[in-house]
Design a protein around this ligand. Structure first.
Ligand SMILES: [Zn+2]
Ligand SMILES: [Zn+2]
Length: 383
């Protein structure tokens, strides 16, 4: 609450005038608190934020001594009067007994920015009430669920991202809609001040604008000048062909919005690829399993195999064991240069009794009785 205390217009938050009576303040609070109460607005973040805003404003305004402190501080900021009056040692400065306190360093930091030397000093101008100047946005994470073929071919899609976003009301520039940020008059918009030190000229960050170079006369009421708000937004991303399950894609500058004109963070998207009924993946290789009969395995054959585009025919040589793999070059998944391979695994399928005629059964029995093939011979010998 400490820093906010000076930056926020609590009268505006409650929708009352600065001369409102305590009854008007209580009435306004009751009405708004009911409207935004979390119980009446399940899961609505905006309502929750508004509820907090209203409660905070009421917290300050409904106690006469706190309200007086607040009014004095606002007046001082408005007129740009010296800080001395504020810190003159009155009983209200610093922390007070009812639990309301503000941090002296924060306050001094703010005042340094607002009343710092040069053109800005004491002339009644109000500067963007920043603390620390531009701040890079957060790096954000998101999950993306892709169909198998979309991952193979690449796709343009959207992903829901929750975090800092440019303020909807002002578009992120921090100025009240209808107004625009202007170059800081103290530094001419450069964000730094050149100090003439005889032979040397050194520059230091402009304290009036916290080195942002921007002067906002009337801050956006929604983001209070920072240009950032929390929400969920859909980000369109181009997923490259061949992404793998579990892969993390970095999307530069699509993460959290930076505050006070700072750069955006990055977005990291973790890809989850759904299974395909026919194909599998092994890195850049595509895998597929083809059933063959045992006479095809023993005598050899040609089988037609599906790929990502047209079918290919592969030759199964005589004497192929179940589980043997065949490689079809460049028919796999797109990789950095070229394509992976298609790996075809053959599997000998055995008919169920219901799938065999009497004649087939009889032929197999003949084969059993005449064949000299003994695949377990070695195993039997060693027993
Ligand atoms: Zn400046
Ligand atoms: Zn805004």
């Amino acid at each position: 609450m400490e820093r906010e205390w000076l930056e926020r217009d609590y009268y505006k938050d409650l929708g009352v005038s600065p001369s409102a009576s305590s009854k008007e303040i209580s009435d306004a609070y009751r009405k708004l608190a009911k409207k935004y109460h979390p119980d009446n607005n399940q899961g609505d973040e905006t309502a929750r934020d508004n509820f907090t805003k209203v409660a905070t404003a009421y917290e300050v305004l409904h106690k006469p001594d706190k309200r007086k402190e607040y009014d004095e501080a606002r007046e001082m900021m408005r007129t740009g009067a010296g800080a001395g009056r504020m810190f003159g040692g009155g009983p209200s400065a610093g922390s007070s007994s009812d639990g309301f306190s503000f941090d002296m360093n924060d306050l001094l930091g703010n005042l340094g920015g607002m009343f710092g030397g040069g053109a800005g000093a004491g002339n009644g101008r109000r500067y963007r009430p920043t603390s620390g100047g531009p701040r890079r946005g957060q790096d954000l994470d998101a999950d993306l669920y892709l169909d198998f073929l979309d991952a193979v071919h690449g796709v343009t899609t959207t992903v829901a991202v929750h975090g800092d976003a440019p303020c909807t009301m002002c578009g992120g520039n921090g100025a009240r809609p209808g107004t625009a940020p202007e170059p800081c008059p103290n530094c001419g918009g450069t964000g730094s001040i050149a100090l003439d030190q005889g032979l040397f000229s050194v520059s230091q960050p402009c304290s009036a604008c916290s080195a942002t170079g921007v002067y906002i006369d009337d801050p956006c009421p929604s983001c209070r000048g920072g240009g950032v708000e929390q929400r969920t937004r859909n980000v369109t991303i181009r997923v490259p062909a061949g992404v793998k399950d579990g892969q993390r894609i970095r999307v530069k500058a699509r993460g959290g919005a930076g505050a006070n004109g700072g750069p955006r963070g990055d977005l990291y998207v973790t890809v989850h690829v759904k299974a395909h009924e026919r194909f599998g993946r092994s890195g850049d290789n595509l895998t597929v399993t083809m059933p063959i009969t045992y006479w095809e395995a023993a005598l050899g054959t040609k089988v037609s195999v599906p790929t990502l585009d047209d079918d290919v025919t592969i030759k199964i040589p005589a004497g192929t064991s179940s589980g043997k793999k065949f490689r079809v070059k460049n028919r796999g998944v797109k990789k950095k240069s070229g394509y992976g391979d298609l790996i075809v695994r053959v599997e000998v399928a055995v008919p169920a009794p219901s799938q065999m005629s009497e004649e087939e059964t009889s032929l197999l029995e003949q084969l059993r009785d005449t064949s000299t093939f003994r695949p377990r011979a070695q195993a039997e010998e060693s027993v």
